[in-house]
Design a protein around this ligand. Structure first.
Ligand SMILES: *Cc1c(COP(=O)(O)O)cnc(C)c1O
Length: 379
């Protein structure tokens, strides 16, 4: 039987001609024609007024930390149940990530836990829309806005997701996208910073370009460019932007194919899940999800390994997700965890993600459904 991979980039047949066009042009560095095209497509999907391609979501989050002027002594609250990048980007500025638990239903940051973790040093809250399902943005805004605390979205899962018709990535003053090849659209590695608060727009360009005002120079706004600020090199080559442009031009097609798989899981798994005590993903009213992932919450840790092994025997690759950061070695070293995070720990132990990518055929989905529903939990 052919192996069903957990995730795989979708090839749209537009990537190769686009990359060829760059290779034949004199401009291979960043901020060429394809960077402009990918950026404008991204702004169309997210509604962002300003967007900057970066080399990764991690780098976009680091850039956000520079713009917010985070430094030693500052605290930034983020969920324990997330990828390391959310926290490393905070720690990279010398600030302290403060880890809090997530809600049991969505696995999104628990707003009550955020409120309990606030201190006079809290400068920002970095949230993750897990699986592209919106966090409680209104409840968060209510506690953060009066205190002048910034909201930043790690929107790695959320491209194409929405809350009450408004795109994810538009709620924070800054938001970070990922184009890693495990995400819905990809350039292999890649990311973007969405700048929703216009006060950061000009400085974001400078920090991304090694601290120079080269972007203003290219627009003819200054005669020479020079070193004006902190910075690093966060811009991707136009070769990668060409791949990304091709993918973003096919965004609707990719999303339709992913939703077809997601919908098949949501339609065919509830009977089995109810019978055997497995919890399925549920989408809150008002949340538009981007079919980024489909997870099952198994009755025990034994069943996490059990189901993954059962599927592996059928040549199907399923995956667990994050080790809760408060339990990771660097979490002890670099973060503060004011209260235990039992929901994050439970998700680390029990969550199983099913294969989900645009290249899965109807037969693949049948095989996966058959594999899952033939499993009987032991825990
Ligand atoms: C994938 C992911 C990242 C990292 O993205 P890169 O582009 O690889 O830096 C960060 N946060 C979350 C929640 C992710 O899923």
């Amino acid at each position: 039987m052919t192996l069903i991979r957990f995730s795989e980039p979708f090839r749209t047949h537009r990537e190769l001609p686009a990359v060829q066009q760059v290779l034949q042009s004199p401009v291979w560095h960043g901020d060429g024609e394809f960077t402009r095209r990918a950026t404008s497509l991204l702004m169309g999907i997210t509604g962002a007024g300003h967007a900057l391609l970066t080399t990764s979501c991690t780098h976009a989050l680091e850039l956000a930390g520079v713009l917010l002027e985070l430094g030693p002594g500052d605290e930034v609250i983020c969920p324990s149940f997330t990828f390391s990048s959310t926290a490393t980007a905070i720690a990279a500025r010398g600030a302290t990530p403060v880890l809090v638990d997530v809600r049991a239903d969505t696995l999104n940051i628990d707003v009550a836990a955020v409120e309990a973790a606030l201190t006079p040093r809290t400068r920002a809250v970095y949230v993750v829309h897990y699986g592209g399902i919106a966090v409680d943005v209104e409840a968060l805004a209510e506690i953060l806005e009066p205190r002048g605390i910034a909201l930043v979205e790690d929107n790695a899962h959320g491209l194409g997701g929405s809350w009450r018709e408004r795109p994810l990535g538009s709620f924070g003053c800054l938001a970070a996208q990922s184009f890693h090849d495990t995400k819905n659209v990809t350039s292999g590695e890649g990311g973007a910073l969405l700048v929703n608060d216009v006060q950061f727009a000009e400085r974001a360009e400078v920090v991304r370009e090694k601290g120079t005002n080269r972007a203003r120079f290219l627009r003819g706004q200054v005669d020479k460019y020079t070193w004006v600020d902190h910075g690093s090199s966060y811009l991707p080559s136009d070769l990668l932007a060409a791949v990304l442009t091709a993918q973003l031009e096919s965004f609707d097609e990719i999303q339709a194919l992913r939703h077809r798989v997601w919908d098949a899981y949501a339609e065919h798994l509830p009977a089995w899940a109810g019978e055997v005590g497995v919890d399925l993903m549920s989408i809150p009213e008002g949340a538009g999800h981007p079919a980024h992932l489909y997870f099952l919450m198994m009755p025990s840790g034994l069943d996490q390994a059990g189901l993954i092994g059962h599927l592996r025997q059928r040549d199907i690759v399923a995956a667990f997700h994050y080790q809760a950061l408060d339990q990771a070695p660097a979490g002890h070293l670099l973060c503060r965890t004011p209260a235990p995070c039992p929901v994050s720990a439970r998700a680390s132990e029990r969550l199983v993600r099913l294969p989900l990518h645009a290249g899965l055929s109807g037969d693949d989905v049948e095989r996966i459904l058959e594999g899952v529903t033939s499993y009987r939990p032991r825990g």
